[in-house]
Design a protein around this ligand. Structure first.
Ligand code: GLU
Length: 489
């Protein structure tokens, strides 16, 4: 592609930024970076009843978390501002007036009650819902007169003959029957534009070349094409991204799990992993690449490699990616993250500041095992505080309730740990001592190791055991082993 492209991300501030919205933003941004151009952030707040305080900040935060920056937008300005729709009302009114003057828009005085009844009747008769055009034939001059005293909306006069076809950059030519279209609203009774009018005006004014948006807007294509035609404006190119679905093939929703973008940050996903995960939701580089850095993505992204079929939002894949990124972090960066998540996640009764040396020592053990940062505190709590009391059955949970084996394991472990002298206490001798239990018990480690895990950590699995025992210290390790043994007595 040559020349400069301009795309926009146009969220509505109706709550927290959705993870699907973040994927849309990522694709638009990556497309601009790969082709050269500008990425515009526009806030679509024309539905005042759905406005939620704080959403705009949440949108900024979500985008920036992933490293997505915009060239123009409400907070950074730009030559096509303002970038908030409620500050652009006169622009919409000017275009509405033009459409009215040329006969493509008309006033409609139908009441909410009438429209509700109409919908009911259509439903009952198995008809597609839509405005029936009652006010289409009103005399424009009389209608203007009436509008002075009566509430009205402005509707677009759709051409309902033939078909509308437009080339979608992902789906190819898409064709719609115009007979299925209805005269939709451009201006509401409160004088605010609908999405369709505001988007038309803004995409034109802001010189948007590519509209990259979710599949749910595909069906609005004919409306938008006819609007462009009515204004005699060149339409942008459209790319409708595939819908995100959960394991059951349902559109991603609150029922499927977290949908707020920042919940992923707060649950311990790294931005690099999340970006990598989202990048492959509908797009691919080739038939084998599964890891990509932001730098590479912004170099190679193209819309030709976006598919139209639904993209599976596979959280297990995200976990695996996150684990991969965690293990590739450099030790100092990882240690800082661990410190942060321990501080947030450990119970308040554990004194702060935490023992910095212990944090440093625990970090590499955690790096091997953690998939999400929110596991850090739970997995290493046993290093910072006494074990909470646990039932004896926990000791034998993974060995089919074999109390006798648990008792033998603990007796042997106590002997082995006692045999390491305080002077010799270090990870290697501790490991050698505990490994020697295989001979003592004449069993493979995995047959009894869960007993030791419970005794030391309070759970049948966790971070590496030998290093953890070494870290706890000889006295504390012995205390825990003896207390576990006492539970079985
Ligand atoms: N405000 C619309 C939304 O939040 C934007 C759709 C579009 O990108 O055109 O879904």
């Amino acid at each position: 592609m040559t020349g400069s492209v301009r795309t926009r991300f146009a969220p509505s501030p109706t709550g927290e930024l959705h993870i699907g919205g973040l994927r849309t933003a990522l694709f638009g941004w990556a497309f601009v970076q790969a082709n050269g151009g500008q990425f515009v952030l526009r806030i679509e707040d024309t539905d005042q009843s759905r406005y939620v305080e704080g959403s705009v900040e949440n949108i900024y935060e979500g985008l920036r978390w992933l490293g997505i920056e915009w060239d123009e937008g409400p907070d950074v300005g730009g030559p096509h501002g303002p970038y908030v729709q409620s500050e652009r009302l006169e622009k919409y009114h000017a275009v509405a007036d033009e459409l009215r003057a040329c006969g493509r828009a008309y006033r409609c005085f139908c009441t909410a009650e009438r429209l509700a009844q109409l919908r009911k009747d259509q439903q009952r008769d198995g008809l597609a819902p839509g405005y029936d055009g009652r006010c289409r034939g009103l005399d424009p001059v009389e209608a203007e007169e009436r509008a002075r005293t009566e509430p009205s909306v402005l509707r677009f006069r759709m051409d309902r003959t033939g078909t509308t076809t437009f080339p979608d950059l992902i789906r190819g030519d898409v064709t719609f029957q115009n007979s299925l279209q209805d005269d939709f609203v451009l201006l509401k009774t409160d004088g605010y534009p609908t999405y369709h009018l505001a988007m038309l005006v803004d995409d034109h004014d802001m010189e948007i070349t590519h509209v990259i948006r979710g599949e749910e807007w595909l069906a609005s294509g004919p409306r938008h094409l006819q609007l462009y035609e009515a204004m005699d404006w060149q339409p942008p190119r459209f790319a409708h991204l595939p819908v995100l679905v959960d394991r059951d093939g349902r559109k991603l929703s609150k029922r499927s799990g977290d949908v707020a973008a920042l919940d992923y940050r707060d649950n311990g996903y790294l931005p690099e992993a999340t970006l990598n995960f989202l990048a492959f939701l509908g797009w691919s580089l080739d038939d084998h690449t599964t890891h990509i850095t932001p730098e590479e993505l912004t170099r190679v992204f193209s819309l030709d490699r976006v598919v139209s079929n639904p993209a599976f939002f596979d959280v297990e894949r995200l976990d695996a990616l996150n684990g991969h990124y965690i293990r590739s972090l450099d030790p100092a960066a990882w240690r800082n993250l661990v410190a942060d998540w321990l501080d947030r996640g450990l119970p308040a009764d554990i004194p702060r500041p935490l023992d910095a040396d212990l944090v440093t020592a625990a970090a590499p053990l955690l790096q091997e095992r953690v998939a999400r940062l929110d596991e850090v505190a739970g997995l290493s709590r046993f290093l910072f505080a006494d074990l909470p009391d646990y039932p004896p059955e926990l000791l034998t949970e993974r060995i089919k309730g074999d109390t006798e084996l648990a008792a033998r394991t603990l007796d042997a472990a106590i002997d082995a740990v006692e045999a390491v002298s305080p002077e010799a206490w270090a990870p290697e001798p501790v490991e050698a001592a505990l490994r020697s239990l295989q001979d003592t018990l004449d069993l493979k480690l995995r047959k009894f190791v869960s007993v030791l895990y419970v005794a030391i950590m309070g759970a049948p699995r966790g971070i590496p055991l030998f290093d953890s025992v070494a870290l706890l210290g000889r006295d504390e390790a012995l205390t825990r082993l003896r207390s576990a043994r006492a539970k079985l007595a």
